[in-house]
Ligand binder design. Sequence first.
Ligand code: GLN
Length: 530
Amino acid sequence: MKYIFVTGGVVSSLGKGLAGASLGTLLEHRGLRVTLQKLDPYLNVDPGTMNPLQHGEVYVLADGAETDLDLGHYERFTKCTLTRENNLTSGQVYETVLSNERRGDYLGKTVQVIPHITDEIKRRIRSFEQVGNVDVLITEIGGTTGDIEGLPFLEAIRQFILQVGHENAILLHVTLVPYIKAAGELKTKPTQQSVAKLREIGLQPEVLICRTEKPLELEVREKLSLYCNVPVDAVIEARDVDNSIYEFPLMLQAEGLDEKVCKLLRLETPPADMERWKKIVHSIVHPSRRVKVAVVGKYVELQDAYKSIYEALCHAGGANDCGVDLEIVDAEDIERDGAGKHLGGVTGILVPGGFGDRGTEGKIAAARFARENRIPYFGICLGMQIATIEFARNVCGLAGANSTEFDPATPHPVIALLDEQKKVTGKGGTMRLGSWPALLQPGSLAQKIYGHTEIAERHRHRYEFNGDYREQMEARGFVISGTSPDGTLVEIIEYSDHPWFIAVQFHPEFLSKPEAPHPLFREFIRASMR
Ligand code: GLN
């Protein structure tokens, strides 16, 4: 197996995850079997308990792991299906080491960061060798070089590279080369300093990926090469992409990144054939028409909070030769101004997942606006619960209907805790999580869209549709078109008297890729175009 480590320097948010994912795409298109792993230095065991405004979206894997949103990039850019092994946090490392210690595994030794923490990190990097079907592991280290909390990871990598040899493991450093307007120049000093920081701890990057807004002229490349101690052909320009993140692999390929990496790792493969990828990017970047779709949420100020949803909408646009202009609407603005003011100009309304009652009344008003004005509505997880509450209140006349999450004393708990959740007290990793099968009602809109009756989708919720209300709601045109195989849990609802109203208890956005857009997103955009 070959190993590629990706670190970041100078500032955060340089797109290390995207760089790793894009390299993954290129290596896969060279015929290699790739997997990607993220090491996060924070102490949370996983990001599942973190506020989306702090951390961005929590990305859920098929096995139910709640992970960093970079794993979403990894799955979208490659064919791999990741597992909880692919996201390691300091919290997990310490949890394991401490429980080993309590069991007496260290036989009386003093337990220390080096070697015990670093050994555990190396064990988790090596764990893919046993799986046996991976040629290249790309491991991204979260945070920025120089962070104290990242040091054990970097030390583990230093040891690891030494042990497996430089022809089997390399380090890519993603860095910023800022353009200083007043000087009219690109500045290499921050990169020099961040590479010096790596060298201080015994790490020498083989490749520099330089984020920049201007082209890297030869002179700048030579300077970076000389002072950072990397050959000039290993200084890779990564200019800000104007249109779509899916252009990133193409840009890195043009810079020769995958060629260079394969040479360093002694991997002999044909060049990557990116023709199909190029076509997909073209359809995303140059659509022949556009639609405006609203996403009504509460974590609206942070671009990353609904990452996978925005990406899935982008894939769906590509599939329909249609650009998707997003109107990101704060549900609390709807509460204040009414739905018409914010949703008047859109032809599709999406209500994404969420927790807690802030903004829910605004989302309920949005669902009502979509139902009454026959605008395509796509509800995801909380978005399904919202639609259910709205329908119960305004179509079935169940005044005060609500979810017990928002109003424990509601007279009509149309959404209530899952049975299995009633005894749960801990918050971490305790929701209904991961991929679960569902059966679709033959002839329903959902079944027609999927094209079959059995599906599996990823979940992350504690509350569900309350079956006590099933009959009276169905009598008014509320269609339950997907359920768990035993029929007890409602997975999909739609309205018989509406051109396109679908809401799902799961998260289809986690299964959409540019090369394979999710059918529900694809058809939502198609309906919005109509
Ligand atoms: N808060 C809701 C629940 O726990 C919805 C969760 C979500 O949208 N992911 O069921």
